[in-house]
Design a protein around this ligand. Structure first.
Ligand SMILES: NC(=O)C1=CN([C@@H]2O[C@H](COP(=O)(O)OP(=O)(O)OC[C@H]3O[C@@H](n4cnc5c(N)ncnc54)[C@H](O)[C@@H]3O)[C@@H](O)[C@H]2O)C=CC1
Ligand SMILES: NCC(=O)COP(=O)(O)O
Length: 345
């Protein structure tokens, strides 16, 4: 399918962990008015979704569909639902491992639709990672699993890159879901370079920034204080910055991480490249928890997600704020449109 064709397709939305707030938020967004949403469909067990809507006191119609192409014909104001083969129980706040198969099925099928060009992209609700590990899921999160699913299809290995992007800050952790003690062992110049190349390419192709400015953090306090507080900054990070600059990528660093997130510093770059998960996600979620979106770069498909987790403590109560999920849907659609209009490299 052409890029234009894919952009005309709807978004595929997964609910994530049924005992979390994914179902609540999708139902609330639909109840608030589907007119403000781009065309989309949800992969779900209709009975589970209906039960959650009743619990939340939301009355809304659902239109079962057999494929993404039917979204255009659903009754206006109703939610297009593509039923899963696996059933899921409606157990807010209590993860049930029997729901795992349906959660994974939704991700698998949404990804397949996107790879086939039948979905413009996928927007994933948060999964309970431990609940999925208990049923044999072997990936740290969506990010790594989606790379594996896409690789299986394309036959080429992929390095997925996690981007958290919000109105105040965009940042990328180079290492993702690994123990902190593993970070210095797994951090390499090659990994930093490939992460930055993917980030710069996707900023151009899908995020509308022709010459993205990358600010690369150090690993150690004060970016190693010239080697006095750890040698990784000079030995691993600085050579990566030099390679990237030689390639024409606008990269600076290694920068001390504690002083690169204040307002004036943020104005100097488009995206902060950080060395580990919390170095990136703490500032992103602190500055704009409700508006930040998690995007997976480096995939042949578009994937976004809210920045928050399952928030199981408030599932089924109606207290979940839908803003980050709404932003994730809007950004996926904008990325699909941008990709459709960006000339191929
Ligand atoms: N993309 C994904 O699939 C993600 C999944 N997770 C998973 O979620 C689970 C829970 O993770 P936590 O660290 O507890 O983070 P969390 O984001 O689920 O919750 C942290 C706190 O923020 C509140 N909160 C989160 N989203 C909210 C919303 N939309 N409206 C109102 N309050 C909200 C929660 O009630 C809780 O008090 C874990 O299993 C984690 O692995 C976490 C992040 C992303
Ligand atoms: N902390 C971010 C997070 O856990 C997102 O994980 P993923 O499921 O999007 O890979």
């Amino acid at each position: 399918m052409t890029r234009q064709g894919r952009a005309a397709a709807p978004l595929a939305v997964t609910l994530g962990e049924p005992s979390g707030v994914g179902p609540d938020i999708v139902l609330a967004l639909q109840a608030a008015g589907s007119g403000s949403l781009p065309p989309l469909f949800v992969l779900a067990d209709p009975a589970m979704l209906t039960a959650r809507a009743e619990r939340l006191g939301l009355t809304l119609g659902m239109s079962p569909i057999a494929g993404p192409e039917e979204v255009a014909d659903v009754e206006p104001g109703t939610l297009a639902v593509l039923p899963l083969s696996n059933t899921q129980a409606e157990t807010p706040r209590t993860p049930d491992s029997r729901n795992g198969a349906g959660t994974i099925e939704a991700i698998d099928r949404a990804t397949a639709f996107a790879l086939d060009g039948r979905a413009a992209g996928i927007v994933t609700g948060p999964i309970d990672k431990k609940a999925l590990y208990d049923v044999g899921f072997r990936h740290p999160g969506h990010t790594e699993y989606l790379a594996e699913l896409c690789s299986r299809r394309t036959g080429a290995p992929l390095t997925p890159v996690m981007l958290l992007t919000g109105p105040e800050l965009s940042c990328v952790p180079v290492t993702i879901h690994i123990p902190l003690a593993e970070v210095p062992k797994q951090l390499t110049t090659e990994l930093i370079v490939s992460t930055c190349r993917i980030t710069a390419a996707d900023y151009r192709r899908r995020l509308g920034v022709a010459s993205p400015r990358l600010a690369i953090s150090g690993l150690n306090p004060h970016a190693g204080e010239k080697g006095a507080i750890g040698n990784e900054d000079e030995r691993i990070v600085r050579p990566a910055v030099e390679i990237l600059r030689a390639e024409g990528i606008d990269a600076v660093g290694p920068l001390p991480a504690d002083t690169m997130f204040h307002r004036e510093a943020r104005a100097l770059y488009d995206v902060a490249i950080c060395m580990y998960h919390d170095q990136a996600l703490i500032p992103a979620k602190t500055l704009a928890f409700d508006k930040t979106v998690n995007v997976t770069l480096g995939l042949p498909i578009i994937r976004t997600s809210p920045d928050h987790g399952t928030a199981a403590d408030i599932a089924g109560t109606g207290r979940a704020r839908p803003d980050s999920f709404r932003a994730a849907i809007a950004l996926a659609w904008r990325m699909a449109e941008a990709e459709a209009t960006t000339p191929s490299a």
